[in-house]
Design a protein around this ligand. Structure first.
Ligand code: S3P
Length: 434
């Protein structure tokens, strides 16, 4: 599938973007092993989260929906999952695979986790190592790549794990395995990362102790079903935040957006660049902060991105690079090696696309240097990465001619209906089969 994004446009109106991907995955996983019925609303009906639903159905969990964002999970308790008859295919989802690896390491049955071509190229050693230290037995393809074969019935013991990289997926994997381990499991992170697992565990009544960069839980507890209202995904809102900032005369209201402090790097960085963003109607929904966000067009300046913002904006860099391309002056990003092992190598993929449009982008090992300027259109490769595709669609708002974005099928993993919503708000996108 190919997107043809016409040059120019003004973004105006109001929208609630689809539900948060991280929270949607976790709501199914924790709901499945809880006691009782968990009712989820605002669930992301995107392919990644749907793959997690399918995985738990394959392990005998009754799940109703999703229907207009509503899902009902009939929890089977900590030890009620059943051996799946086939390999669990989590599609494109790193979160699905890494969190499930932790959960499955604690089960009595053998299992296998697989995914699409992109996911099968991504590193899983980062979860295999701590799980092995806990007593799990997992085999992978050379280089620690999926599929993962997880042996059941291995007694786990708690560990005190210091994450070698800032990764919420690895942290969550170890915590989920820790619920099945003897004794205490602690995870210390080098920098704060999204804390949805810790918050949601508390919401399900599982005690988690937290201090600055460390969290601890004790194995052998239980989860009690609860209701979960998933806010709109700030990572999806990010495309509109950048779009409305760079498209002259724009004015957008994004409602019910999750603004967890571990996710708001995109707001902080855009404001540092000069964006006109106001956050109103702040409230807390099911343990997660939520707000309405208003954004109006504004001229941007290049910045050096503060290192501490990197983990807080890790999924938003592709579209932040588009903001940088529209800014006056130079933007420098460092300390973002993790971008190289996302759904694509996002530094290389974005640099190639920006250069195609005529923007100067210099690749660094751990980041990029972007010179803002005027740019044209062109044919863009996305490497089947949803966020690369949507970022270049947003770039069209300021391009001199249309941008043709190839390989857009994966947009539905995180933002189903992206093209329809953008057309309604003021960016013309035509979808063609390629
Ligand atoms: C996620 C954590 C991040 C992020 C991903 C979702 C999560 O990955 O990039 O999209 O839900 O825990 P890492 O933990 O690899 O940084």
């Amino acid at each position: 599938m190919k997107f043809i994004a016409d040059a120019g446009g003004v973004l105006r109106g109001e929208a609630r973007v689809p539900g948060d991907k991280s929270l949607s995955h976790r709501s199914i996983m924790l709901g499945a092993i809880a006691q009782g019925v968990t009712r989820v609303s605002g669930f992301l009906e995107g392919e990644d989260a749907l793959a997690t639903v399918a995985a738990f159905r394959a392990m005998g969990v009754r799940i109703e929906g999703p229907e207009q964002g509503r899902v009902v999970v009939h929890g089977v308790g900590m030890h009620g999952l059943q051996r799946p008859a086939v390999a669990l295919d989590v599609g494109n989802a790193g979160t699905g695979m890494r969190l499930l690896a932790g959960l499955l390491a604690g089960q009595a049955f053998d299992s296998e986790l697989t995914g699409d071509v992109s996911l099968c190229g991504r590193p899983m050693g980062r979860v295999i190592d701590p799980l092995t230290e806990m007593g799990a037995s997992i085999t992978a393809e050379p280089g620690g790549k999926p599929p993962l074969r997880i042996a059941g019935g291995k007694p786990l013991h708690g560990i005190d794990y210091h994450l070698p990289m800032a990764s919420a997926q690895v942290k969550s994997c170890v915590l989920l395995a820790g619920m099945y381990a003897e004794g205490e499991t602690s995870v210390t992170e080098p920098a704060p990362t999204r804390d949805h697992t810790e918050r949601m565990l508390s919401g399900f009544g599982y005690p988690v102790q937290r201090s600055a960069n460390r969290c601890t839980l004790r194995g052998g507890g239980t989860l009690t079903a609860c209701d979960i209202d998933v806010p709109a995904d700030i990572s999806s809102a990010a495309f509109l935040l950048v779009g409305a900032t760079i498209a002259p005369d724009s004015d957008l209201l994004l409602t019910h957006v999750g603004i967890n402090p571990t996710r708001i790097g995109v707001l902080n960085i855009l404001r540092l660049m000069g964006a006109d963003i106001t956050v109103d109607n702040q409230r807390e929904v099911g343990g997660e902060p939520v707000a309405d966000i208003r954004v109006k067009s504004a001229p941007l300046n290049g910045v050096e991105i503060p290192l501490e913002q990197v983990p807080l904006a890790i999924d938003e860099f592709p579209v932040l690079f588009i903001a940088a391309a529209c800014a006056r002056g130079t933007t420098v990003l460092r300390g973002a090696q993790e971008l190289r092992v996302k759904e694509s190598d996002r530094i290389a993929a974005m640099a190639e696309g920006l250069q195609t449009l005529g923007i100067q982008a210099q690749v660094l090992d751990d980041g990029i240097v972007i010179e803002g300027g005027e740019f044209g259109g062109g044919d863009i490769r996305t490497f089947h990465d949803h966020r690369i595709a949507m970022s270049f669609a947003i770039a069209a708002l300021r391009a001199k001619s249309a941008i043709h974005i190839l390989e857009c099928d994966h947009v539905a993993t995180s933002f189903p209906g992206f093209d329809v919503l953008m057309n309604r708000l003021g960016l013309s996108i035509t979808v063609e089969q390629d």
